[in-house]
Design a protein around this ligand. Sequence first.
Ligand code: C5P
Length: 205
Amino acid sequence: MIIAVDGPAASGKGTIAKALARHYGLPHLDTGLLYRAVGVSVMRAGGDPGDAEDALHGCAFDPALLADAVLKTESAGRAASLVSAHPQVREALLERQRAFAGQPGGAVLDGRDIGTVIAPQAEAKLFVTASSGIRAQRRFRELESMGGGVPFDAVMADILARDERDTARSAAPLRQAEDADLLDTSDLSIDAAVQRAIALVEARK
Ligand code: C5P
């Protein structure tokens, strides 16, 4: 079984995808890490993540980067959001994601375009969302636990800018697949959101 989990930044999709993978004993791929690795690799080379050619070079990133904590930072997220708008970058990362989805036992993938582009054949598709205010609050708390220093207004502005870039781009924009189930986590605890996700997947099996 392939489970596709898509949604905007800080919606809870990563937590839900991980919990689903554990529940069903499936391998999990956080596809955002791939774009983050491209973004970081471009910045380390002194390139511009907004430049298509620089971004394409970043696709040849060192695989060890995928396990580096630097990928969790806000600047990596911002660079990821910029490189991911280039169709050439999306194309360069496509096969790797499709191969992961195509494993014999199935897989869980989370990102922005899993249900629409990477694995449109997925049996279960969740579109996980939450209000922008709630998502900014979650991200703010997460950053605080990592040392903080970023004002709430800046976190909110970054969430809104990321939403705008992810939904407005022409290459694989963030949108709910027609056959995806919507899961709004605004008023749900993590546990409640995971239980709801499992129930939605069960109904599609
Ligand atoms: O999910 P995460 O915040 O790690 O993703 C970082 C950025 O990578 C997103 O803002 C988005 O622009 C991009 N991304 C994407 N397609 C994916 C996963 C992430 O465009 N499948």
